[in-house]
Design a protein. Structure first.
Length: 119
């Protein structure tokens, strides 16, 4: 009986120790601020490499700014709750998919129709 209690106590303490490490990285997404920085770097890289058109970059930057404003309003109300963090992660994932789609779409390739001109 003492051995079972000691084993369960050790397992419980291991779980409790690992909780703070997982609090920032909900579902492996990582810190929200670091994800925003990564997405901003991808947008900037797409602009400098000319894989994003001006209109695509402006649209993505607008969405990035909107998510940042939403996050600051949520944090001002006393920190991020589980639901708010989940909402931000969903919006950042959607933005990531949109960046990937816009950087790899047909209009930026050198074959065919390229910004109103055939090449």
């Amino acid at each position: 009986m003492k051995r079972i209690f000691a084993t369960s106590l050790i397992a419980l303490s291991a779980v409790l120790i690992s909780l703070p490490a997982n609090a920032q990285g909900f579902r492996g997404y990582g810190n929200i601020n670091s994800r925003q920085a990564q997405l901003q770097a991808r947008i900037n890289n797409g602009i400098s490499s000319r894989r994003l058109s001006r209109s695509e970059a402006a649209k993505l930057q607008y969405k990035m700014n909107r998510i940042g404003n939403l996050e600051s309003r949520m944090r001002a109300s006393g920190g991020l709750s589980f639901r708010e963090r989940n909402n931000l992660n969903r919006q950042l994932a959607s933005l990531r998919n949109e960046i990937n789609r816009d950087m790899n779409d047909f209009e930026r390739r050198r074959i065919g129709f390229f910004e109103r001109y055939w090449r």
